[in-house]
Design a binder for this molecule. Structure first.
Ligand code: ARG
Ligand code: ZN
Length: 880
């Protein structure tokens, strides 16, 4: 399968990396802002690498070139050439100053890359998104992350229309101009790559706070948003302060400018962006208030605020040499955010959440046609590589390194990394070298993890020798072939383990003369290895990969009884949950026919016991009572029928609910309802989480009662967590009360786009065949638009990627709908179209009828004229 325009774009390869021949040392931008037309004057002081005698070439995408001069002299047409993506200039030398003036059209920019308008043209504001390659849509530049320059930015605009003018760096003066116009200048003392440039201009309100860094710098923290939502920014401001303190304490990192601006927008392709001194956020990850945000959303705001702030060191002060190294900043920053969130909340719950996300998003990616290494070897469109693999698997790799070095060793390593590479662009090798050198350890073997795609399978087999009182654990690893990599090598897999006796007690481990402990880490770096534990009195039960010590799939032939024992006794909260997940998988696998296999009985019995146990945390219990999701079950099958998976998973949960009993569920629900506080403390959040799970379980065995409770819960909900949980149950069950509450919600939040997104999302999750009609009806809602990424994701993204039984209809109508919308969306916003298209990942493993239908829809889409490079790359990869 080849696409019409595929061959036109040849891939960019890591192995072809060359230092830039031309760099810019300083950039002075003068931006004359207007909604329809903005003019940008740029003065670049150039540097030339004498060893690369090539003419000056600068990136510039679709710019209207108004003027160009070199060293003060206007260039004649013969002295430059611009083909709409590259500007070539003759006669430039080291130290030359190139001045250009260009015009761009923000209001017409629907791709939301470069300079664009957020909101209606009369009232909206202007902003930029430059990562990865948006700066070239604003002006000419060597738009690559290894070109670091000092930026001075002067903004000019009509004062009434654009009262607030912001750019990255420190403020450096402002004033009035003629005709009601004004100006503001910003100087960034830290050299930075162009992808970290940002500006914002418009009518915005702010809240602010003074902050003094650990090393004594006075900083103004300011959050900006449109006036109607500014009172929902306080939680983010608190989270920002917590993040800053945490990074000082944990990594010794201080903030380094006099101001830190954060801006919220409803029109954003991604979650948020770490522009130096001027972070820009999707409002979804900045605004929070009890009436319209769930507990989960509060945690997400805290996490994303921290993530972007942490980038100031891991990303901005030390940046990436090229985009292949993206995980250098993203994997490390996700890891730092995960540590922070664990510290602020509950470590085991955070780990469960992160591993669930990895399994739901990254494992399927790594198992299908879109598989790529954490450091890809090639790409066509870099925006397609902001993936779960680069982010989430990348974070798991950093976690393994951190685990290997221990807390103090990892800190020594990051200190050296910052010391060596501050103000520079670095590589993954640089990172491993710094961590290793600071600890006298060679970490280069871990490079294999960065280069190899696919999830390793770790097979474990234990043998007990009663005569010798020895337990021999054989661990072998194997990684399946992925599209570009038929051969796989072993990688170093740290396996944290304990052994339990039959009563659920941990045994002391005697291994090769090492001191006895109840928990050890062994590293499997060959295809097969054996570990012998001495003085073991009876056959033990191994608890392996504790805390999910490596991103692998563990294959171990546990009996249901062994898993049940770990589920009851394992002191590692994560592994206790994991034992339950594995037991649920066994139960799922031999559910049919029999009225309760032994695995199902063991799972239900163990959970019923834990349900009554007073010592278990409410939130952990809620997670224990949740089996793996439909996507995780599908990931384990070779011929996927999503309808069947859903039915079977529902069946599994019904049996659990039966075993616990309607009365016990009902009583627990009532007990949890007694607490009506809307506090965000862990205990209150945990109660709401468990309440929701209990209600969902009850709905499986006594729908009438559960729906009545849900209706009451909706009506009396003190906040969004309870309101949305109740609505979700009613909508998914298509309860008689659903329509009225949906109408209520629609009206109540008519002016709150983020809450309205949830209204679309809940309905896009409708299970089974009815989902399609629901989605098509919602497309006709006046509030629906493909132009807003959050809205498109809420409806179409949820339907296609988070509702397997709804999307994967046997008649293929779900595929056809998505394919049609992708073609429309692609014309507006290629990044979002490409992202939504990844829902087709895994189509090859569908059962034959669905597979054919998906293939036909994809094929038709692939043949459309004029698809963007973004969407073409995803479609052609998914088809391979
Ligand atoms: N660096 C941003 C982050 O914090 C993501 C920006 C990605 N942008 C894009 N167009 N791909 O993760
Ligand atoms: Zn990031």
């Amino acid at each position: 399968m080849t696409l019409a325009n595929e061959s036109a774009i040849s891939p960019i390869r890591l192995r072809d990396y060359r230092r830039p021949a031309w760099t810019a040392h300083t950039v002075e931008l003068d931006v004359d802002l207007g909604i329809d037309a903005t003019e940008i004057t740029s003065r670049l002081t150039l540097r030339h690498d004498a060893e690369q005698p090539v003419p000056l070439r600068l990136d510039g995408e679709g710019l209207e070139l108004l003027a160009i001069s070199l060293d003060g002299r206007v260039l004649a047409p013969a002295e430059y050439h611009y083909d709409n993506s590259t500007l070539e200039v003759t006669g430039a030398r080291d130290g030359s100053v190139l001045e250009t003036r260009v015009r761009v059209h923000p209001a017409a920019n629907t791709a939301l890359e470069g300079l664009y308008l957020s909101g209606p043209r009369e009232t909206g504001f202007l902003l930029t998104q430059c990562e990865a390659e948006g700066f070239r849509h604003i002006t000419f530049f060597p738009d690559r992350p290894d070109v670091l320059a000092r930026f001075t930015v002067t903004l000019r605009a009509d004062r009434k229309r654009f009262p607030v003018l912001l750019a990255g760096g420190n403020p450096d003066g402002s004033g009035e101009l003629a005709d009601g116009r004004h100006w503001a200048r910003f100087v960034d003392p830290h050299p930075k790559p162009s992808y970290l440039f940002a500006l914002v201009a418009g009518r915005l309100e702010s809240i602010q706070r003074d902050y003094v860094t650990a090393d004594g710098r006075q900083v103004k923290l300011v959050i900006w948003s449109e006036a109607n939502v500014i009172d929902r920014c306080h939680y983010a401001l608190d989270a920002l302060e917590r993040s800053m303190r945490w990074d000082e304490r944990t990594y010794g990192r201080n903030y380094d400018l006099d101001v830190f601006h954060v801006v919220a927008t409803h029109d954003f392709n991604m979650g948020a962006m770490e522009n130096k001194g001027l972070n820009i956020f999707n409002a979804k990850y900045l605004l929070a208030d009890p009436d319209s945000s769930t507990d989960e959303e509060y945690r997400a705001v805290e996490a994303v605020v921290a993530h972007e702030y942490f980038h100031n060191w891991t990303g901005n002060r030390v940046t990436c040499r090229d985009w292949f190294q993206l995980s250098l900043k993203e994997g490390l920053t996700v890891f730092r955010e995960q540590q922070f969130s664990a510290d602020m909340n509950s470590p085991p719950l955070k780990r469960i959440e992160d591993v669930s996300l990895l399994r739901r998003t990254q494992f399927p990616e790594d198992a299908g046609p879109l598989a790529h290494p954490v450091r890809p070897a090639e790409y066509r469109e870099i925006n397609n590589f902001y993936t779960a693999t680069v982010y989430e698997k990348g974070s798991e790799l950093v976690r393994m390194l951190a685990g290997r070095l221990g807390q103090d060793g990892f800190r020594r390593g990051t200190d050296l990394y910052f010391e060596r590479h501050d103000g520079r662009a670095a590589t993954i090798e640089d990172f491993l070298a710094a961590l290793g050198d600071a600890n006298g350890i060679d970490l280069m073997p871990y490079l294999a993890w960065y280069a190899q795609s696919g999830t390793p399978r770790l097979h474990a087999k234990g043998e007990y020798n009663a005569a010798r009182r020895e337990y021999k654990l054989t661990l072998s690893q194997q990684t399946r072939a992925t599209p570009a990599q038929p051969e796989k090598l072993p990688v170093p897999i740290p396996v944290k383990l304990s052994l339990f006796d039959q009563h659920g007690k941990m045994l002391p481990l005697y291994l090769d003369g090492q001191p006895a402990e109840t928990e050890k880490v062994v590293v499997v770096d060959q295809a097969t290895q054996q570990f012998v534990f001495r003085d073991i009195p009876a056959p033990p039960i191994p608890s392996l990969l504790r805390g999910f010590s490596a991103p692998v799939v563990l294959e171990c032939n546990y009996t249901p009884a062994e898993l049940a024992l770990l589920l009851i006794h394992d002191a590692d909260g994560f592994n206790r949950w994991e034992a339950g997940q594995q037991l649920a998988i066994l139960a799922f696998d031999d559910l049919h026919g029999t009225d309760g296999s032994s695995a199902c009985k063991a799972w239900c019995d163990a959970l019923a016991a834990l349900f009554e146990s007073p010592e278990i945390d409410d939130a952990l219990l809620a997670d224990l009572l949740t089996p793996p999701g439909e996507i995780e079950f599908a990931d384990r099958q070779s011929e996927v029928d999503p309808a069947k998976i859903r039915a079977q998973r529902q069946d599994l949960q019904s049996r659990l609910a039966q075993r616990i009993g309607a009365t016990a569920l009902h009583d627990r629900y009532q007990a949890l309802c007694a607490d009506t506080s809307q506090q965000l403390d862990a205990a209150s959040q945990a109660k709401r989480r468990l309440k929701r799970r209990v209600l969902e379980l009850l709905a499986l065995i006594d729908a009438t009662q559960a729906h009545a409770l849900a209706a009451r819960q909706y009506e009396h909900a003190p906040g969004m967590t309870d309101r949305l949980a109740a609505l979700g149950v009613l909508v998914r069950d298509r309860a008689p009360q659903a329509a009225a509450f949906l109408a209520d919600f629609r009206q109540r939040y008519a002016d709150n786009p983020l809450a309205l997104d949830k209204w679309f999302t809940e309905q896009a999750k409708l299970p089974g065949d009815p989902a399609l009609a629901s989605v098509m009806a919602l497309e006709n809602d006046p509030a629906f638009t493909l132009k807003n990424p959050n809205r498109a994701r809420a409806l179409l993204g949820t339907f296609a990627s988070a509702n397997p039984s709804g999307f994967h209809r046997a008649d293929g109508a779900g595929y056809r709908l998505l394919a049609e919308r992708l073609a429309q969306l692609d014309a507006l916003n290629p990044q979002i179209a490409a992202r939504l298209a990844t829902a087709f990942n895994g189509w090859q493993r569908l059962e034959p009828v669905r597979r054919e239908a998906a293939h036909a829809a994809l094929d038709k889409l692939a043949k459309c004229d004029g698809l963007s490079p973004n969407l073409s790359e995803i479609i052609s990869n998914v088809l391979r």
